[in-house]
Ligand binder design. Structure first.
Ligand SMILES: Cc1ncc(COP(=O)(O)O)c(C=O)c1O
Length: 422
């Protein structure tokens, strides 16, 4: 490290000297990222500026509380990072209030439940098998254990959310909160319909925008903020920031949300991550991010059309977002097997249950694909067409592994992940 540099931050040679085993893990992971195509819909590649904030001395600081009202001394500097993060999030999402302390999307969701409900209250949310998240009522999660969760799904024929079912269930069960937002639903969610149903029965509307928040920031999909009482999000998916979570809410709920995060569900905030979130919000406020979000959606549509042309059926017929869900049942390959075959060919994606899946979650009949990473690498519609054909060959032709891998290497060489400095 340059001794005249006032910043104290990452020094890889020190890590390599002091802990060669972990240094090697870091090197191997960069190598893995650079050597293949990352099609996991919930991942992205953060900027060097975000990484610099993450690898800073802000990790050392205890700052329980909120800017200007901390339970520790010496917070005047880190307060500035959190104030910037909150102000930027409010500007980016046109929200009355933002809380940037949740350590993850699941922690943000726990805080949303804690702010609005009491244990035992009824919640209406999307079924996990139809695209919902574990925190939307799974019995292995706090949500399913501590709340009485009623689930809605998608229609068998259209594979779209059945608004009639949502309304009927809402009227029959009178939930205190309705959740929408999903982990593997490729289509737009009509927040105004959900708002209408919530108003009809006097329920809170909580939108979990973990996946689409970056697309909302870049105005590539409609924002949930004008409709929801609370919006939760992650910062590491389409938003391309550090791993973490956050909440947006109306002024009316601001104090309840803040108390639900700290002191109710979390202790000291991760100030280095909050600084990195501020950097990511700042990046998302720039015009380039709008172009990135629009391209991510365009790329997903092109990739999905390409896969459909190869006989790989997209659930619901396509996508409006950054991700697609592919039904492999007619191809005689399970999701787990497709994931394994793609991995051999240098393509990383994940198995995923499809609606009404006859297979268990460890096997599944589907795969989920997403374009946040490849779009960050600068790939466009032309590359998506090629990737669709590579995925199809990797899944359907076991003799094609070597030739697919060769093409993957060409794509990653021309659109490098974390390019090396010349
Ligand atoms: C809809 C949804 N909510 C919440 C989460 C949880 O986020 P995290 O993994 O940061 O806890 C996810 C993660 O995939 C998600 O897809």
């Amino acid at each position: 490290m340059d001794k005249s540099e006032p910043f104290y931050g990452p020094d890889f040679s020190q890590l390599a000297r002091e802990d060669p085993e972990i240094a090697q893990v870091l090197l191997d992971e960069v190598d893995r990222l650079r050597g293949g195509l990352q099609l996991i819909a919930s991942e992205n590649l953060t900027s060097g500026a975000v990484m610099a904030a993450l690898g800073s001395t802000l990790t050392d600081k205890y700052a329980e509380g909120y800017p200007g009202r901390r339970y520790y001394g010496g917070c005047e500097v880190v307060d500035r990072a959190e104030t910037l993060a909150v102000d930027r999030a409010k500007a980016l999402f046109k929200a009355d209030h933002a809380n940037v302390q949740p350590h993850s999307g699941a922690s943000a969701n726990l805080a949303a439940y804690a702010a609005l409900l009491q244990p035992g209250d009824t919640v209406l949310a999307m079924a996990l098998q139809h695209g919902g998240h574990l925190t939307h009522g799974s019995h292995v999660n706090f949500s399913g254990r501590w709340f009485d969760v009623v689930s809605y799904g998608v229609r068998r024929d259209t594979e779209l959310i059945d608004h009639d079912e949502v309304r009927e269930l809402a009227i029959r069960h009178n939930p205190k909160m309705i959740i929408c937002g999903a982990t593997s639903y490729p289509r737009l969610i009509d927040y105004s319909v959900f708002r209408g149903i919530a108003d009809e029965i006097g329920a809170w509307l909580f939108v979990d925008a973990a996946h689409t928040i970056g697309l909302m920031a870049g105005e590539a999909v409609p924002s949930a903020v004008p409709y929801a009482d609370v919006v939760t999000f992650t910062t590491h998916k389409t938003l391309r920031g550090p791993r973490g979570g956050g909440l947006l809410c109306t002024e009316e709920l601001a104090e309840r949300i803040d108390r639900a995060v700290f002191p109710f569900t979390q202790g000291g905030p991760l100030m280095h991550v909050i600084a990195a979130k501020a950097v990511a919000f700042g990046e998302a406020l720039r015009p380039e991010f709008k172009r990135y979000a629009a391209r991510t959606v365009e790329n997903a549509a092109a990739l999905t059309e390409g896969l459909a042309a190869e006989g790989m059926r997209p659930v619901s017929g396509g996508t409006d977002t950054h991700l697609a869900l592919i039904d492999l049942r007619d191809l005689g390959v399970s999701g787990a097997e497709a994931e394994r075959r793609c991995a051999l060919a240098g393509i990383t994606l994940n198995r995923n249950v499809i609606p009404y899946d006859p297979e268990p979650p460890t096997v599944t009949s589907g795969i989920r694909i997403g374009t946040p990473c490849v779009t960050t690498q600068g790939m466009g519609v032309g590359e998506m067409k090629e990737i669709a054909s590579l995925v199809a060959r990797a899944v359907l032709d076991s003799g094609a592994v070597t030739s697919v891998l060769q093409r993957v290497k060409v794509l990653t060489a021309t659109h490098p992940t974390y390019p090396r400095e010349e």
